[in-house]
Design a protein around this ligand. Structure first.
Ligand code: HEM
Length: 381
């Protein structure tokens, strides 16, 4: 009996020790550091993402080929993105350099690769496409486009640290194994299990918010702010956004709630940046580490206003499905940095090209709120 207790205690201590070692804070340097072998993972990550798109389409046919992630939209809404005159010269980069009001599209989504009931725990996405933004863009094939995208989730940290681990993770997902990555293909060597990533992954999968218009979204990854600074960004709903009672047990209640809210009035978000303090633990290359607001608070740099509207119609929903967001729709002053962003440069473009070609629809960047119906050119906003 005593021996059994002893073995039990040692095992528990061992497991707790490993869990602690896996979940403790990592301290890294705060610069950009591209591993020499990073590029070797890109094609495997793309193939796995394509495989996921193909599996999801087969499971939902005759639905179109959808995004590899964030397949279910709650809707695309018209918004304005207003930059005030910013007094701090550090902030005056890219579209933040002058006071201006832009037209924008916002797409709200669930994170999964297939549409599912909004009540299932998931990450929720908010993607912003600001239009009429001057300056050469970073994707060579789209360098003359006038769009600046911001792509966010409703959690401040990601659950995987880098490109190598992401690629391993998505390869398991493409094979239909939800947990293979975390438990090292269910190998008994628990030293190779990814407890910290599992723990953070579970945190990202949240119960639905009451409304996607009453939530805070984060970039998770870092971006340049000019040549001297790095930022993460976030959009936080205004306290004045009104919630209306709705039956939240229904499948698509997040869309229904947004329809109801925007039928009766406006909603807004503050768009904010958090500047990296190089003296603090605010790494770029490990997206699992929270940039604490006590180390650097968020600063508001724009106001997003969503005027009262009806967005839920066939044309607009089709337009929404065919939009392509990527953090690389940007000027160099706001360049995405860190391994996962470097990977996203290729994966987002390839998945967007793949689904558009399979669905036989043209890819184009919108110029304004006009819907580009039947390939018709839209006037400049
Ligand atoms: C770590 C921070 C990340 C955030 C905040 C994020 C967020 C999002 C959001 C909100 C969307 C939906 C965009 C829309 O509404 O159309 C999206 C789509 C997508 N994400 Fe991510 N994501 C992240 C990381 C990644 C990574 C590491 C990959 C893979 C390398 C990835 C691959 C994709 C792809 C392929 C799409 C679909 C793109 C398209 O077909 O237009 N994401 N992501």
């Amino acid at each position: 009996m005593k021996v059994k207790l002893l073995v039990g205690a040692i095992t528990t201590a061992l497991v707790l020790g490993i869990v602690y070692a896996n979940t403790g804070e990592t301290t890294l340097h705060n610069g950009i550091d591209e591993p020499a072998d990073e590029k070797t993972f890109i094609s495997a990550a793309i193939s796995s993402a394509v495989a996921i798109v193909i599996h999801s389409q087969a499971a939902t046919a005759p639905a179109p080929y959808r995004r590899d992630a964030h397949a279910k939209a709650h809707g695309c809404v018209k918004a304005t993105f207003s930059v005030p005159e910013l007094n701090n010269p550090i902030l005056k980069q890219g579209l933040f350099s002058e006071a201006k009001e832009y037209q924008a599209w916002l797409r709200f989504s669930n994170g999964f690769d297939k549409p599912q009931n909004d009540n299932v725990k998931d990450a929720r996405g908010m993607a912003i496409k600001v239009m009429g933004v001057a300056g050469k863009k970073l994707l060579k094939a789209e360098q003359d486009e006038m769009t600046q995208d911001f792509v966010m989730l409703n959690n401040p940290t990601f659950f995987l640290p880098n490109v190598k681990e992401y690629t391993e993770f998505i390869q398991y997902q493409a094979q239909g194994s939800q947990f293979g990555y975390f438990f090292n293909n269910f190998n008994w060597n628990i030293f190779k299990w990814h407890f910290k990533d599992l723990f953070l992954g579970m945190k990202i999968l949240k119960k639905p918010p009451k409304s996607v218009l009453n939530e805070q979204y984060h970039s998770l990854t870092a971006y340049r702010l000019g040549s001297d600074n790095f930022i993460k960004y976030s959009a936080k709903s205004c306290d004045s956004n009104t919630l209306l009672p709705i039956d939240d047990s229904q499948n698509n209640f997040l869309r229904a709630e947004m329809i109801k809210q925007l039928a009766q009035g406006d909603a807004c978000f503050d768009f904010m940046v958090q500047i990296q303090n190089p003296e603090k633990n605010m790494p770029i290359e490990d997206t699992r580490v929270l940039w604490k607001t006590s180390d650097s608070p968020f600063i508001t740099v724009a106001r997003i206003n969503i005027a009262q509207q009806n967005f839920d119609n066939e044309e607009q929903n089709a337009f929404c499905e065919n939009l392509s967001f990527t953090p690389w729709h940007t000027v160099a002053e706001l360049e995405p940095v860190g391994g996962l962003n470097r990977l996203r440069k290729f994966v987002y473009t390839e998945i967007s090209r793949f689904r558009h070609s399979k669905n036989k629809v043209a890819r184009h960047e919108p110029k304004g709120w006009c819907l580009h119906l039947n390939g018709k050119e839209c006037p400049a906003p």
